[in-house]
Design a binder for this molecule. Sequence first.
Ligand code: NAP
Length: 250
Amino acid sequence: MRIIITGASSGLGEALALHYAREKNDLVLIARREKKLQKVAEECLALGATVEIIIADVNDFTLMNSIGERLASEKVDRIILNAGVSVGHSGGVTPFDDFHRLFQTNFLSLHALLEPIIPKLIEQKSGEIVFISSLASLLSMPTSIAYSSSKRALNAYAEGLRYQLKPYGVDVMTILPGFIDSEMTQKNNFTMPFFLSTEQGVKRITNAIAKKKHFYPFPLRFYLMIRFIQLLPHPLRDKIIYFTNFKKGS
Ligand SMILES: NC(=O)c1ccc[n+]([C@@H]2O[C@H](COP(=O)([O-])OP(=O)(O)OC[C@H]3O[C@@H](n4cnc5c(N)ncnc54)[C@H](OP(=O)(O)O)[C@@H]3O)[C@@H](O)[C@H]2O)c1
């Protein structure tokens, strides 16, 4: 199986690459940090996969588009859009630069890469597109407005694309993790509810992909808590938000 993974140099992307390497797949790994990506590639090769690495910044949209074109010259079985950044949870007015960077990396880069790949999947009448969103896309906290907004934009994009590609036998999946151990969460200085190890997180993600879950929020208890809060009348909802740990830093 030919599997493309963005953001494969650390965290979830790295663990996903190693998981699919064990199944001896044909991997294409994309990220900016060459040494780290090279190390992941070597581990994947040792596990029996074939590996191509692409050192690229997903924010270079022209480059992403040309990489997409090249990748679409061969069969694409699965593409996992995992590269993403957060700017940490901070108080005060969100700087415009944070919005700009997060929307570029977490949202706009997706279509820059996918634009040339989508016609290939349609032509193949098969393939899977997997988006790594976040539970944070469902509930926007005052301390991470830009991150939540960028991931909610991703959800909307993925939803439309799923309807568009379903008739062609192409599966579009949106995975919404809670807090998982990675370089991203190691920067957080607050208590992260329902925190999972990287292994636990990746096991759930790969199971969901194997079952072709089109919308997979986890951990379930965290998701249900968010759904419950969303059902409450606004005054009550506000009280709960302000009494959670998320208020730290605001
Ligand atoms: N960990 C969590 O709790 C959690 C929860 C919900 C959602 N997520 C999502 O999961 C995804 C993976 O994050 P992670 O937790 O594994 O964090 P991570 O360890 O920081 O990994 C982020 C990956 O994205 C890549 N990346 C970031 N900016 C990039 C750019 N401009 N161009 C190319 N690659 C870029 C990084 O590679 P380079 O720096 O080498 O480029 C790295 O491989 C993200 O989309 C994140 O939003 C994570």
